[in-house]
Design a protein around this ligand. Structure first.
Ligand SMILES: CC(C)(COP(=O)(O)OP(=O)(O)OC[C@H]1O[C@@H](n2cnc3c(N)ncnc32)[C@H](O)[C@@H]1OP(=O)(O)O)[C@@H](O)C(=O)NCCC(=O)NCCS
Length: 253
């Protein structure tokens, strides 16, 4: 009995310490995240005692009352705080470490229909931001943070911050991780920039020639015969006749 009281006290403390929106002790009794965690503890006891139907019943009643669905088989550590909670789904083989915080709309789910361990293992003191989807038998290390809206399908190192879809670490051990060298956008062809480049080359060449002529020097190699203007003109013509634009077929720059 005293063990249960201890666990409940720890759950209360979790809310008091982690929710700045709490203003008075009686408000604690209104936290649906707390109700869900406590009902889950009962459901989990029944599940472990092989009373799976009753366990499921408690879990479904809890879901009906709180909007939070925790499978009775999931292991939820002490001091886990589900803030707001609506829409949270925690799968059967998921494990949530002590003192972790889970916001509304989070899924700790599987990636398909495989059996066995198929849900994430969340470490201690982890923060899983609102709407984050953490999928598969992956491990999220202690003290990690998962950004709101992230989709995480790979292990997350301890003490790291992971954001985005697919989730990638942006901070590890307090150090920023440089973004991957993604040059795909820069590699896209840019015909307009090509034409400008050709024109600039041409102007530079003509400039050099004029300067040389003024100074009575020989024209630099690749001079008038180079016909740079002609080549630039060709490029412009290709651009204006061959390249359809976003304005639809037949529309041209
Ligand atoms: C991820 C989070 C925990 C911040 O962690 P942090 O370790 O303090 O990291 P930072 O705030 O320094 O952000 C690191 C980088 O990730 C980016 N980032 C932060 N959160 C992000 C998110 N959810 N999605 C995408 N990028 C995000 C930041 O812009 C920053 O990018 P930059 O380095 O290019 O500037 C926080 O942004 C978050 O999402 N918390 C969830 C809170 C929540 O769900 N609240 C609901 C209340 S109802």
């Amino acid at each position: 009995m005293s063990r249960i009281a201890g666990v409940m006290a720890r759950d209360f403390t979790a809310v008091r310490e982690r929710d700045p929106a709490l203003h008075s002790a009686p408000e604690l009794l209104l936290y649906q995240g707390l109700h869900a965690v406590w009902m889950h503890r009962l459901a989990h006891m029944l599940y472990r005692a092989d009373m799976t139907f009753l366990a499921r019943l408690v879990s479904q009643i809890s879901r009906f009352l709180t909007g939070i669905e925790i499978h009775p088989g999931a292991k939820v550590g002490r001091g886990v705080f589900i803030d707001h909670g609506m829409g949270v789904v925690i799968g059967e083989t998921a494990e949530v470490g002590e003192d972790s915080t889970i916001y509304q709309g989070v899924t700790l789910g599987g990636t398909g229909k495989q059996g066995g361990k198929r849900h994430p293992t969340i470490g201690k003191r982890v923060v899983v931001g609102t709407g984050a989807q953490v999928l598969g038998d992956i491990t999220v290390g202690d003290d990690a943070k998962i950004g709101a809206g992230s989709i995480v399908v790979r292990d997350v190192p301890a003490r790291s911050t992971v954001v985005g879809n697919p989730g990638r670490p942006v901070i590890v051990d307090g150090q920023k991780v440089p973004a991957p060298d993604d040059k795909r956008v820069e590699r896209l062809p840019d015909p307009v920039a090509d034409v400008f480049r050709a024109l600039m080359d041409c102007i530079e060449r003509l400039d050099n020639e004029v300067e040389a002529l003024r100074a009575g020097k020989p024209v630099p190699p690749g001079g008038p015969g180079a016909d740079c203007m002609g080549r630039a003109e060709e490029r412009i013509r290709a651009l204006t006749t061959d390249q359809p634009t976003f304005f639809g077929d037949g529309a041209h720059i």
